[in-house]
Design a binder for this molecule. Sequence first.
Ligand code: PMP
Length: 354
Amino acid sequence: MRRELDKFAGYAACKSPEALDEETRALGILKLDANENVYGPSPKVKAALASFDDAHIYPDSCQTELRRALAGYTGVSAEHIVAGSGSDQLIDLLIRLFVSPGDEVLTATPTFAMYKFFTELVGGKFVAVPRDDEFNLVPEKLIKAISKKTKLVFIAMPNNPTGTQIPVDAVKKIIETGVPVVVDEAYYEFTSQTLAPEIDNSPNLMILRTFSKWAGLAGLRVGYGLFPTAVAERVDAIKDPYCVNAAAVVAAKESLKDADYLMGNVRLMISERERLFDALSSIKYLKTYPSEANFILCKVKSRIALQIQVLLERRGILVRYFNSPQMENCLRFSIGRPQDTDRLITELQRIGEM
Ligand code: PMP
């Protein structure tokens, strides 16, 4: 085993509902901890999966039909597109493609944990520029931190776990430096801001998207990248041939056909995000951060964030707890249906009265 991986802690994924005791599960588990889509896949996707009969056949390693369908959805031609087993896999592949041991990967923190995870896995150095007090990325600070060793810059747009958006023009300034920039648009459908129109003319721009959030396919693992053709060719060459499984391909293609229906659910979640934001803002012990994603981050004003997470869990509601130097006593709530918001707010108000 590589000795340098002895200290590698692994990604702290959310607790599975299966790990909860029966009494709690009997309350009905409300999973608001992993930014999943509470509405799930479209009924047409479920029907296509129910009649899926190709489990014994390897999927098309060239992803021909999926990439063609994605070209229609994104307006970016198929030679720029590669699909992966979730956008997580594409983060991994890009880092393996660009970063050698000792090279730097730059980002603004707090941000999505997998950038650091995969950087350290290849022996790269993770360079973190702190966001400001409201978790905004400060482009000038990021640009200043670019060094000769910087091989990739990651920008989550909007950012997870904070929900903070960054204006397109600010990202363009970073792209203009010429350094390879990965814009992670995992929550694109919840915000509509995108760098996709720049792909054709930006040889150093890479965009990542996913079916996990807007299409409700987190469990099937399918994401895609919009890359300069030279990068798409290299990513295609280093990916394992069957990285998107055949059922996921069926579900993704069917989701694209049923995008209007799925975007209806996205609109419901966006309006629920506004309602949850107002409700959370009215709770005195919480400071709420504006979000353009499918979740809202709050700072708990006293040091009881962990207790709140535990109390909510006992009531069947799973939420995400953060406590790092940049994110002390924070809780992140994924957006649910209107009844989920009501249940969460009732419990948070009850805790406030304790
Ligand atoms: N990027 C960001 C910013 C995310 O929040 C997530 C999921 N939490 C991902 C990428 C990974 O998504 P996927 O399910 O496609 O691997």
